[in-house]
Design a protein around this ligand. Structure first.
Ligand SMILES: [Zn+2]
Length: 304
């Protein structure tokens, strides 16, 4: 069977992840001659606000403790936006942002306020959703002097409202879903016009949360999901694979380069998919629970 290419979709969710994780990953990607897609959060790093969810969401406490979040993210990040002021994420590092593109990678919009989107999207009005997009698009344009061509929803959180606003933005594609494969979405009779390129398989944090700690086991879980996927897209986090899991990720990159026919970007997948537009399936939007994640994430229904 012909080998597929694999896409690394790298989320940047925190100030420290941008400052330290991205340069580390740029180095490692270069070593493997790999191109990737970086999804940038521009606005305030409110990662610490997640702590307050402890009181409402017992699943979150479990996640926080079992992944060793304070160790993985550092205390400054864990307190960011709560006891300590929220620092800007990508907007604080225009030089690193430009480095991403200079090195041949793709940069797209992940969020303005990652935390706010992830925790409050469900209750946000259309005007508020629009505002989040406007702020992140302006920040992207300030850095790159060009309009972003794609977005990837924080925490894989999408709603009828966010999908409708995305359609107004005339994007090349969006990456809001967990599974199954590139598609258009519909909710009942309402069909959306933005191509979706989903993420496949778990991410490291989710595996840690369900108690998979052994690095060989982590590796085989990630790999088997990617190999099964029609269009493999791995979720990478600058804070994790560019931080304490960097040595693991370097080893894993080696495995990926042996198992796949190289690395691709979401943009390339989108262009390729759209070149046969009539073949793109239209799937019903659904929300699903995944092992190792608190709450539900966006996906699409493949069965009857
Ligand atoms: Zn994210």
């Amino acid at each position: 069977m012909l080998k597929k290419k694999v896409c690394l979709k790298i989320d940047v969710d925190t100030h420290d992840g941008m400052r330290d994780g991205v340069p580390a990953l740029l180095e490692d990607l270069e070593a493997f001659d790999a191109r990737a897609t970086f999804c940038l959060s521009f606005g305030p790093d409110n990662a610490g606000k997640a702590i307050f969810r402890l009181f409402k969401d017992p699943g979150f406490l479990k996640k926080m403790l079992s992944t060793g979040a304070p160790k993985m993210y550092g205390l400054r990040t864990v307190l960011s936006g709560t006891l300590l002021p929220a620092r800007p994420i990508a907007s604080a590092f225009p030089v690193i942002c430009k480095e991403i593109v200079k090195n041949g990678h793709e940069a797209i919009v992940h969020a303005w306020d990652h935390r706010k989107w992830q925790d409050h999207l469900k209750h946000m009005k259309k005007s508020e959703v629009r505002q989040e997009f406007e702020k992140s698009f302006q920040a992207f344009m300030d850095v790159f002097s060009a309009k972003p061509r794609a977005v990837a929803a924080p925490g894989w959180q999408a709603t009828k409202v966010s999908l409708a606003v995305q359609d107004e933005l005339n994007l090349h594609y969006a990456s809001d879903l967990r599974e199954p494969f590139p598609c258009f979405l519909r909710i009942g009779q309402r069909r959306f016009s933005t191509l979706q390129i989903p993420t496949t398989g778990p991410c490291i944090e989710e595996l840690l949360t369900v108690g998979i700690r052994n690095e060989d086991e982590i590796s085989s879980h990630l790999l088997s999901a990617l190999k099964k996927a029609k269009q493999p897209v791995l979720a990478v986090h600058a804070e994790v694979e560019g931080g304490v899991f960097r040595p693991f990720f370097r080893r894993f990159m080696k495995i990926l380069s042996q198992e796949f026919a190289g690395f691709t970007t979401l943009e390339e997948i989108a262009s390729q998919t759209l070149s046969a537009k009539a073949d793109i399936p239209v799937l019903e939007f659904v929300e699903v629970r995944l092992p190792g994640r608190a709450g539900k994430v966006s996906s699409a229904k493949t069965g009857p």
